[in-house]
Ligand binder design. Structure first.
Ligand code: PMP
Length: 431
């Protein structure tokens, strides 16, 4: 029962008039705020300024003496592989450190699979009349964008508090050989903030699949992005897959995009030796090598895993107050209203907000009309179709705190206004 359902018609009409007035006042302020994408703020970017001048004119050789100014080394310089292997918790022979974008690595992996198949494929995926991917939702819009762009049919999968609904996943993959993969953001998930439980990881690793070349695209983008001193722990998928007898099922990705500079970080992929050997061979057709100087810069600047962890504490000190502000505004205004629910992430970049069914698109449109851009409603679902039209992804990191608070006040107002309109329409008080 929502607070609106308990109100008399007259009370509802009065509330509607008051909320509409407040909304018009907001519009008159002509705000121009953006809470749409999970970008670091400039204070966070300043943390990595040392990357710009940490190499001098004599410092261009990797640990094995390779001149990083020149071509070569498609799988990355040894010290970058060592550091990234620690991040993904794999062996140095189970990793490729590449260019600036993990999303590009994911995209290219699927293209390779379509054109040639992965090592365990009986045929290229393109030989099939249809290729399908499981998409735990709400999820990351750019994963869904890759599938849509490449003509891969997306099947939404429900979330539980422990990760994807494994009963649903297991049933689907056991029946349908066209299901070739699943998208996973296993830690501090985008946008739900969920970290997959050990049970979920083990079931993903062990489940029988009709497709012999089923792949788990394990996008561990937020693996070191903690907001508290008691980080979530995630079981290692590759280890679980090896133990379950499916070593080639796991493709694990990450990058330093939100550790150093988005767009100028280093990206990595971890997988079985078989998969890494295959990937390296494929990549050599595409490039003579990645930007090794940038890899060297990251090594000089961060030095080791501890250096990364220290940097992430500094990030958390900047962004945690923003997450706290969003949560305290939501708690203070909507907590017992029944009009919305939201996640309380302990890491990552997002808060996932659910309005009443049928309200999210209108809320986002109203906020936009009053000058606050939110992530498009529906974008956290395959094809942009949220079946209940209720999920909104909030990205608190970019705006300065005062602006963030203003944006949240407007968002909360839009939620109340839209829910009130919906209740009035239901009662025939508004047409
Ligand atoms: N994966 C997830 C889950 C993300 O949220 C993001 C950034 N928003 C990316 C990948 C992009 O990573 P990269 O910059 O390494 O391409």
């Amino acid at each position: 029962m929502t607070e609106l359902e308990t109100m008399a018609d007259s009370g509802l009409q009065q509330q509607y008039a008051a909320l509409s007035r407040q909304y018009d006042e907001f519009k008159a302020k002509k705000l121009k705020l953006d809470m749409s994408r999970g970008k670091p703020c400039s204070e966070q970017l300043d943390l990595s300024l040392g990357l710009l001048d940490c190499l001098d004119r004599t410092d261009y050789r990797s640990a094995d003496g390779v001149d990083c100014r020149n071509y070569g080394g498609v799988d990355g310089i040894p010290e970058a592989k060592e550091l990234c292997a620690q991040i993904l918790e794999v062996g140095t022979d189970e990793i490729i450190v590449h260019g600036n974008s993990s999303l590009a690595l994911m995209h290219d992996l699927i293209v390779r699979a379509l054109l040639h198949g992965v090592p365990s494929s009986p045929e290229p995926w393109k030989a099939l009349p249809v290729v399908k991917f499981l998409c735990p939702s709400p999820g990351y819009d750019r994963h869904f964008g890759i599938c849509e762009y490449l003509g891969i049919e997306m099947i939404p999968v429900r979330y539980t508090p422990e990760g994807p609904d494994m009963d649903q996943v297991e049933e689907l993959v056991a029946q349908d050989a066209a299901i070739k993969g699943i998208w996973c953001v296993p830690k501090y998930s985008n946008p739900t903030g969920i970290t997959y439980s050990d049970t979920v990881v083990n079931r993903l690793a062990a489940m029988p699949t009709k497709a012999p070349d089923f792949c788990i695209l394990w996008d561990n983008a937020y693996t070191v992005h903690h907001l508290t001193e008691t980080p979530d722990r995630l079981l290692n998928l590759l280890t679980a897959c090896k133990q379950a007898g499916h070593p080639d099922r796991a493709f694990m990705f990450s990058s330093t995009s939100k550790v150093s500079f988005p767009g100028a970080g280093i990206a990595m992929v971890g997988a079985s030796k078989t998969n890494i050997t295959w990937l390296k061979k494929q990549m050599l057709q595409q490039t003579i090598g990645p930007d090794k100087l940038n890899q060297l810069r990251h090594i000089r600047f961060f030095k080791n895993r501890v250096g990364i962890e220290m940097q992430m504490r500094k990030h958390a000190a900047i962004i945690k107050p923003k997450f706290d502000a969003v949560l305290s505004l939501l708690d203070g205004t909507l907590k017992d209203s029944g009009l919305a629910s939201w996640s309380r992430p302990v890491g990552g970049y997002f808060i996932s907000l659910n309005t009443l069914p049928g309200c999210a698109k209108k809320v986002v449109a109203k906020a936009a009309e009053a000058g606050v851009v939110l992530t498009a409603a529906g974008s956290t679902y395959p094809y942009g179709r949220d079946p209940e039209d209720k999920n909104i992804r909030l990205a608190p990191t970019l705006p300065p705190l005062p602006e963030l608070k203003q944006a949240m006040e407007l968002l909360i107002l839009c939620i109340r206004l839209t829910s009130t309109e919906q209740e009035m329409t239901k009662r025939g008080l508004l047409s």
